[in-house]
Design a protein around this ligand. Structure first.
Ligand code: GAL
Length: 377
């Protein structure tokens, strides 16, 4: 064989070999698709990350390319460096049983997995909507597993804090909340309406059956206590509720944050003893300006700040800070004391292709969080 012929066949062989080799995952770049080690976009949205042993686990909504209902379940990926991710499959799968809570075609959103040191179980809480009922059910669901990659066992779903008043609401305020019938109220968004919401008109509407629970997160405090933070009352008011020691139920202690403020996508971090809550407004899949609150205790009082986002998303459609760079938050994960704000840039037409956006949270000299665009974190 002549030398150049030999070179040609070597080249052809290597090309053929390369075609069969999995695409190498590239370092994630904000505003672009993030590939796993098999070369597929990471289909884990609205989720969170935990570290267990020397491995990170990333849980999230496995979304279909078309449509918006859940066809697979909650997915999980693993990594040793937070950059190279291996698809570990479906951690909590939908069922095929008609009428089942998590029947294929339900909606599972914003899953959050936490490890319970006492029970040694991985506990997953997520927002569940029942099949064929749009977003009306507004429930929180529980699942647990002995292994971080699952399979998680589905336990149950519920509304929250039925027949309970917020712990900081006195008798007079409880009476005032019962004065208005939300179903008969005609005009939303008037100052009178807002006043009634603040008094607890929607709290009373769902008092017997339990409060609604949609966008949510779970927060574990330094003392190991866990809290469920959720968008309730037709997405108008956030509720902070204490979970039982096994993280599988509510203790009944809860209160409201910013009644009538219409906040969702709650993300929380505790920094130097202060709790910082970063949320979005309610515009569905479309981005809006983030809102931020701080408090000296998980029970408040919460003070509102301007959005922590500054500047523009250079290179990514020049999305401004007042649109949260086109994204909506899902979780704050801290690695070695350095917090990362995890968000989704939703692709409404192809939800599985929604982009991931991770940005470092910096604390200014005044101790207030600031989030700027970076291509890589
Ligand atoms: C968003 C919410 C998402 C999803 C979506 C549905 O506002 O944050 O989790 O529920 O609405 O339109």
């Amino acid at each position: 064989m002549k030398k150049n012929q030999w070179m040609k066949s070597l080249l052809a062989c290597s090309m053929a070999l390369l075609a069969y080799m999995p695409t190498q995952a590239q370092e994630p770049v904000n505003g672009q698709l993030w590939m796993d080690v098999d070369g597929n976009h990471i289909n884990a949205h609205g989720g969170n990350i935990i570290q267990y042993g020397d491995t990170y686990y990333w849980y999230g909504e496995n979304r279909p390319y078309r449509g918006f209902t859940t066809e697979e379940g909650v997915g999980v990926y693993s990594s040793k460096d937070l950059k190279t991710w291996k698809n570990e499959g479906i951690a909590l799968a939908v069922t095929t049983e008609a009428g089942d809570d998590i029947e294929r075609g339900c909606i599972m959103e914003r899953p959050k997995v936490v490890y319970n040191k006492k029970t040694r179980k991985f506990v997953m809480l997520f927002h569940l909507e029942l099949k064929g009922r749009g977003y009306e059910a507004a429930r929180v669901a529980f699942a647990e597993s002995d292994s971080p990659t699952g399979p998680f066992r589905y336990l149950r779903s519920t509304r929250v804090n039925a027949k309970r008043w917020p712990f900081d609401m006195n008798k007079k305020a409880q009476k005032a909340a019962q004065q208005t019938d939300a179903s008969k109220w005609k005009d939303w968004w008037t100052p009178e309406w807002r006043k009634e919401v603040e008094k607890g008109m929607y709290l009373w509407k769902d008092f017997q059956g339990g409060q609604m629970s949609r966008d949510m997160t779970v927060f574990i405090d330094d003392d190991g206590k866990a809290y469920h933070i959720t968008s309730s009352q037709e997405n108008l008011t956030l509720l902070v509720s204490e979970l039982t020691d096994d993280f599988l139920d509510f203790t009944g202690k809860y209160n409201m944050v910013a009644p009538g403020g219409q906040n969702e996508a709650p993300c929380i971090i505790k920094h130097d003893g202060t709790y910082w809550l970063i949320c979005s407004g309610c515009t569905g899949w479309a981005p809006n300006e983030a809102r931020m609150f701080s408090a000296p205790s998980i029970w408040g009082p919460w003070k509102q700040w301007k959005t922590p986002f500054v500047g523009t998303a250079t290179g990514y459609r020049d999305m401004p800070a007042n649109k949260t760079f086109g994204a909506q938050g899902t979780y704050i994960y801290s690695k070695d004391g350095k917090p990362i704000f995890m968000a989704d840039i939703w692709n409404e037409r192809h939800l599985s292709q929604s982009l991931h956006l991770w940005l470092p949270i910096e604390f200014g000299a005044d101790g207030v969080p600031v989030i700027k665009w970076v291509d890589k974190w």
